[in-house]
Design a protein around this ligand. Structure first.
Ligand code: WT7
Length: 640
């Protein structure tokens, strides 16, 4: 029996949703008449024009707030002008070197307007795609909001991606500009962002790019091309601070964000303005029980969906104070996060299980050296959390006082889907518990039939919700095939899950060839593609294996081209190849040479066998050298 933790009484008493009964009654209403529910929520925002229909659904295509016009930058900024919120901190920033900056709603509004005009002066307009490759500094949030203000679709590329990855993403979306910085700080070193952009653009490899806007962050030396490059400071120097938010159709493409699938190249997940805005803002308010006086800190990078929805759009659309941190959790030491919590009096803290496991390993001293009494709510996201890490988080960080929300969702879902509401739902370590308002998840088999309670199945969502992605940019067929055809008439998320006797959801991880490294999603096909780009590699197969800290780790089985010597130096080169093609965060943990990959008679790689090999499964005997792996494969193939 899993341990249970009831919401603390003093928390529930002040929460937006105070009891399980209250949660259930709102939930029932939200699924009984979703259109009425979402219309009521949407009324709380500013619309230049109201909708004619709340929803139009033609599987798998959905439209929310049909015919309406709005602007998310208006809803995050202008809406608060002339109210007491205008002088409240919108963004509290701490850079890795320790520099800090606070932007009130009024100040942020001004910066966004100026930069939006700068973008217009550079020739960008509504409908253009703009790539953003920046460090975690306030200008990154300003960049998103400025694009949103003028109706340019942003495509943020996480600062850990390599030049090759930038090139693919920029070209897939046919971006007209890149917004970047000279560098960003990471563990005392400069990450040379502009250099990576230059490499991506070299030899006219990104022919749609007209301008590169460069913010000066680190002062590192960079190369300069007068025809393309422009300093951020020059671009805003004489830009006017008057830039009315463009009224945009609710179906307008707000952003594209690339994510890994089980096959082929990364998918450009496209989110549309109206539905995304309502969903991101509404989930932020209820999942984090957000109050006016909170200081809210999500430690994700804006390069991922978590940062889009829960650093920028969700908190700002609620008039909240969001903390933004540029650096790493262990620099200058493992106390950095707790030092930030103490100094900024953070009240809501949202991070990834991989970070919690890393902290746990460092012991209790780092957090215990700091005053964490400002915290009132903790959250996790990105991968299943093991009960040991959950309990440590609860005891050492939350002092057994703070509820924990384990939030399950995806890039594709736009916002949180399954989560406890902190004042209402009893938690069990390792379970994301119950669905958010308006969400109807189910556990089914491949035919779409419900599996019995307590059994593992595929996690699906049965009806569209406002935050649901609209398509894969430039590839609508792939959207239908990837998400709507595995299980008939349901959105299939790619995860396995089960439901317990209380109806609680337990997410068991991906059932496709997607691995989750420290909460970062990578397709094994993508890694394999990168590996065979190395001149010595003939063939490769990649699997994820359990890892104590990162959740999963990449193990790559590689066959070499005839005549090439196996060596440790070559292994290092192969690891670097992945860093070059994708980014350093994707570097495999292990490379293993093999003379042949185990395959079925029809030529499919036997990943199941490779997983056993990687786990040193005793049933396989001693296979240290892997010389015999093809023989082993033949033996196993007999029972396929
Ligand atoms: C995949 C989505 C959405 C935020 C960051 C990741 C896994 C996410 C949980 C959780 C168990 C989780 C799933 C999902 N995942 N949250 N609370 N418990 N697994 O976004 O990169 O789109 O990855 O992350 O496997 O499918 P993403």
């Amino acid at each position: 029996m899993a341990q249970r933790f009831d919401p603390p009484q003093n928390f529930s008493g002040n929460a937006h949703i105070k009891s399980l009964d209250e949660y259930r009654s709102v939930y029932e209403r939200s699924v009984a008449d979703p259109e009425a529910y979402w219309a009521e929520i949407a009324e709380q925002f500013h619309w230049h024009e109201k909708w004619t229909d709340v929803k139009k659904w033609n599987e798998p295509w959905v439209e929310w707030f049909v015919g309406a016009k709005t602007n998310i930058a208006y809803n995050c900024l202008d809406r608060f002008l002339g109210t007491p919120t205008q002088n409240k901190a919108a963004i509290v920033f701490e850079g890795e070197p320790g520099d800090t900056q606070t932007l009130t709603y009024l100040q942020l509004h001004r910066e966004v307007c100026k930069f939006a005009n700068a973008l217009k002066n550079l020739g960008l307009e509504k409908g253009d795609r703009v790539a953003i490759y920046m460090p975690m500094i306030p200008e990154l949030a300003i960049a998103l909001l400025a694009c949103a203000r003028i109706g340019a679709t942003h495509s943020v590329i996480f600062g850990g991606f390599s030049a090759e990855a930038i090139r693919d993403r920029v070209n897939d979306a046919e971006c007209k500009a890149v917004l970047t910085a000279d560098g960003g700080w990471r563990r005392g070193r400069v990450i040379e962002l502009k250099k990576a952009v230059d490499e991506a653009l070299a030899d006219n490899a990104c022919p749609t790019i007209e301008r590169v806007v460069v913010f000066k962050r680190c002062g590192n030396e960079i190369e300069w091309n007068d025809e393309v490059d422009v300093w951020w400071s020059d671009a805003v120097a004489d830009a006017s601070a008057d830039c009315p938010a463009e009224p945009l159709d609710a179906q307008h493409p707000l952003f594209i964000l690339y994510t890994s699938g089980s096959t082929g190249k990364p998918k450009g997940v496209l989110h549309a303005l109206g539905g995304y805005m309502v969903y991101a803002a509404h989930t932020t308010k209820y999942v984090f029980d957000l109050k006016d006086e909170d200081v809210y800190w999500c430690t994700a990078d804006i390069g991922w969906i978590t940062g889009h929805s829960y650093i920028v759009y969700g908190p700002l659309a609620n008039g909240a104070t969001a903390l933004m941190f540029e650096g790493a959790p262990n620099y200058p030491d493992w106390g950095r996060f707790w030092d930030i919590v103490e100094r900024h009096r953070v009240s809501i803290f949202y991070t990834a299980p991989t970070a919690i496991r890393a902290f746990l390993k460092q012991g209790d001293d780092y957090p215990n050296r700091h005053d964490l009494s400002s915290l009132r709510l903790l959250g996790t996201v990105g991968e299943p959390i093991n009960p040991e890490a959950w309990l440590w988080y609860h005891r050492v960080i939350g002092k057994e006082r703070c509820p924990i929300v384990d939030t399950w969702w995806q890039t594709e879902t736009g916002g949180i889907m399954i989560t406890p509401l902190p004042g209402a739902v009893t938690t069990k370590p390792g379970s994301a518990t119950l669905p958010f308002f308006g969400i109807e998840p189910a556990i089914v088999d491949e035919k779409g039939e419900a599996v019995p309670q307590g059994e593992q199945g595929l996690l699906v969502v049965q009806h569209p919700w406002p935050g649901m992605m609209r398509t894969i940019y430039g590839d609508p067929d792939r959207f239908r095939e990837s998400y709507w055809e595995t299980v008939p008439h349901a959105y299939f998320a790619g995860d396995g899950a089960m439901q317990d006797e209380d109806g609680y959801f337990w997410i068991l991880g991906r059932v496709d060839d997607v691995v989750n490294i420290s909460g970062h999603r990578l397709g094994t096909a993508e890694i394999e593609h990168a590996l065979v780009g190395h001149p010595s590699v003939a063939e490769s197969a990649v699997i994820g294996t359990p890892d104590e800290i990162t959740g999963e780790a990449l193990v790559c089985f590689v066959t070499l081209i005839g005549g090439i010597e196996k060596s440790d130096a070559l292994k290092d080169e192969i690891v670097d190849q992945v860093a070059k093609e994708i980014g350093r965060f994707a570097r495999p943990k292990t490379v293993r040479f093999t003379d042949a990959l185990p395959k079925t008679r029809s030529g499919k790689i036997m990943r199941r066998l490779l997983r056993k090999v990687a786990a040193n499964d005793p049933s396989l005997g001693n296979i240290d050298t892997l010389e015999d792996i093809s023989v082993l494969a033949q033996l196993q193939a007999e029972d396929e």
